[in-house]
Design a protein around this ligand. Sequence first.
Ligand code: FAD
Length: 287
Amino acid sequence: MYTMRPAEFEYHRPSTLDEAIGLLGAEGARPLAGGHSLLPAMKLRLATPASLVDIGRVPGLDGIERENGTLRIGALATHASVAASELVRSSCPGLADTAARIGDPQVRNRGTIGGSLANADPGADYPTTVQALAATIVVHGPDGERELSADDFLVDVFETALRPGELVTSVRIPAAAGSAYEKHRHPASGYAVVGVAAVVAVENGRCSRARVTVGGATASPVNAEAAAEALTGVEPTEDAIAAAAARVAEAVTSPLGDVYASGEYRSHLAGVLARRALTTAFRRAVG
Ligand code: FAD
């Protein structure tokens, strides 16, 4: 029956990481971060956890720091804090773009980067950018710490490589001045119908590195390898960017389709958004 009331559950609020990991070992336990995906799912009874382990007060899971050339973003960093961070805006503007375009102010003030990645919604924004930036997801579980590349972490629709009882604790992102994110928002939810992240570097006037990742169009984000290859070693002129963007749709095999946007339309959008994201990323890369 449609009640908008969750099934009964136990609630725990651990104050250390070890305590949280211990509680997550129980049958049916789920971590709770910002609650902006999990609580609606519980109200609709799409999720019926036996217990919630609220990680909101576990020390060491928040914060945004720069360690040499890498940003370390704690799993509990909210979308609003990432969008507002001067450190993120200056060293990785594509990530700030992404956070700023998630949902609405309420969602951005509560939702967290760790929760978004662990949820792996195909319409979510962070997975696309984090994959384009070749980020490392740091996770903790009963067997200690593991590090996974974003490509390995994001497996399928609502599926990650997290093992039972594991928590995302932080995300490590190589700084990338030449980064940008563009999305076509779903008019009702704000989620990405399609989102494209571009990460580029320029040396001596030529593109020395490019990565273009498309989200929202397939079960999990895909890297548009042909587009990246078309740019590497060439001068990033408008024509070169347009030619590369025209090859982005090649990566979108078996696109998702629904009543709002067909698979064909999503493939088309991927090319349009890639052109915009690449143009901004190259402009930022050359300062
Ligand atoms: P929660 O809801 O607390 O948890 C989500 C899932 O992740 C649960 O399964 C939980 O157990 C697990 N989890 C949480 N934290 C961790 C962790 N550290 N380690 C392991 N597992 C963990 N998202 C977008 O990307 N773009 C949008 O435009 C967008 N629009 C939205 C609009 C609305 C109206 C709403 C309600 C949500 C929207 N969202 C959007 C989703 C939002 O960004 C969520 O906040 C986010 O997806 C989940 O983060 P959370 O911290 O709220 O996680």
